[in-house]
Design a protein. Structure first.
Lengths: 263, 133
């Protein structure tokens, strides 16, 4: 059964407490709960199926994972009774600097092995399935294989799934000049477990992930294509701004539900 | 010199504007300066310079967006100079940890106050300090 829901944000807490029928699952950001707040997690877990999404484990870093961050991440996953946990195909830090931002990993055999090793470590620490998300990037570089092959191999070797951010796919395809549908067709459909989606932003000819807009029609077409292609289990509307626009959020959730129903 | 892997080399380029400028002039010289491993040299010198700069700026813009949410009065006070001031500051300090945005905001405000920038709001510094203690 496909479920549609939102990313938990404090500004949505009152609305979510009313258990709106359009929200059938909830994703929380792990780092937002690192400083305790386990009671809040427990209360949310009573109301909704939960997923835990990380930002700072930096699985693409070619050094050991930070033990304290991993410990906290696993603690949040347990407290939330998460069905699965997720992170990114990216690095945010090295031993020299913490960039605090998701950056692309080189598509090399070395990077692939680093991700596979770290993915297995995270899944084991959390005792839950792990899925990994594609990111937006202004930076692309040549590697040993195309991105789609990299993601397929990563999922197969790490025994993890893919969190397909459809907005990120759309943005990258527009900024880097390739066809999103063709990219999708190169991904093994069984890997795709969850989707992220939110309307994109645009400044001139460049597209950005502002996490603030309604889902545009062309983006919704791509979402429709994905749900027809893959056995997606959950879709998360990933709004970070304009969170007081509840009617708008509900409208997008209903459209996502319709996309699932018609697939 | 210790050889540096490709990911670490990319992180140095993303975090160091002068290194990016050197890379734009001569990728091979930048690779020598960093000490990129020979096996990664081919991929390193082919990195798209424009994309690199856009990615680096995207990181700074994201930091500024988060910091501005935490320092609304200060950003209102410094007005149109805020972007340039933050871009300058952001090259000198990289916050760490899951409270990075609050740390970044306090550090930026400290930078403004130390440099006597009109518009910086001391009460916001005190609020952040309490929050981080």
């Amino acid at each position: 059964m496909r479920r549609v829901g939102v990313g938990y944000r404090e500004q949505l807490s009152d609305w979510l407490a009313t258990r709106p029928p359009e929200v059938r699952c909830l994703e929380i950001t792990a780092e937002h709960f690192f400083d305790s707040r386990e009671q809040t997690l427990a209360a949310l877990a009573e109301m909704y199926p939960m997923f835990v999404h990380g930002l700072g484990l930096s699985l693409g870093t070619p050094e050991p994972l930070d033990r304290e961050t991993l410990r906290r991440f696993a603690r949040v996953a347990t407290a939330a009774k998460a069905e699965w946990v997720s992170e990114h195909v990216a690095f945010t830090r090295t031993v020299e600097v913490d960039l605090g931002h998701l950056n692309p990993v080189p598509l090399t055999y070395e990077s692939l092995q680093t991700l596979v090793d770290h993915a297995q470590e995270v899944a084991e620490a959390c005792n839950r399935p792990l899925i990994l998300e594609n990111i937006t990037t202004e930076l692309r570089f040549d590697g040993d294989m195309p991105e789609t092959e990299f993601l397929n191999r990563m999922c197969e070797e790490a025994k993890c799934g893919l969190l397909l951010d459809v907005t990120n796919l759309y943005i990258n395809s527009r900024n880097h000049g390739y066809d999103a549908a063709s990219w999708l067709n190169e991904i093994e459909p069984s890997h795709i477990v969850q989707l992220h989606v939110v309307g994109y932003s645009r400044h001139g000819s460049r597209y950005h992930d502002g996490h603030a807009a309604r889902i545009q029609p062309d983006l919704m077409e791509l979402v429709q294509r994905v749900v027809e292609y893959a056995p997606v289990q959950a879709i998360t509307l990933e709004r970070d701004a304009r969170l007081n626009e509840i009617e708008e959020i509900v409208a997008d959730l209903r459209r996502l539900e319709q996309a699932c129903d018609s697939s | 010199m210790t050889q540096v892997d490709l990911t670490t080399a990319i992180s140095r380029l993303l975090s160091d504007r002068s290194l990016r400028e050197n890379f734009a002039r001569s990728p091979r010289l930048a690779a020598e300066t960093i000490g990129v491993a020979p096996s990664d040299l081919g991929s390193f010198v082919q990195i798209d310079c424009d994309g690199l700069c856009r990615q680096a700026q995207a990181m700074i813009d994201k930091r500024r967006y988060e910091v501005a949410k935490l320092l609304p009065e200060t950003f209102a006070g410094i007005g149109s100079e805020g972007e340039e001031l933050f871009n300058f500051y952001a090259q000198t300090f990289w916050p760490t940890g899951h409270r990075r945005h609050a740390i970044d905001a306090r550090q930026f405000l400290q930078f403004l106050l130390s440099n006597g920038i009109a518009g910086a709001r001391k009460p916001e510094w005190r609020r952040l300090s309490r929050q981080l203690s």
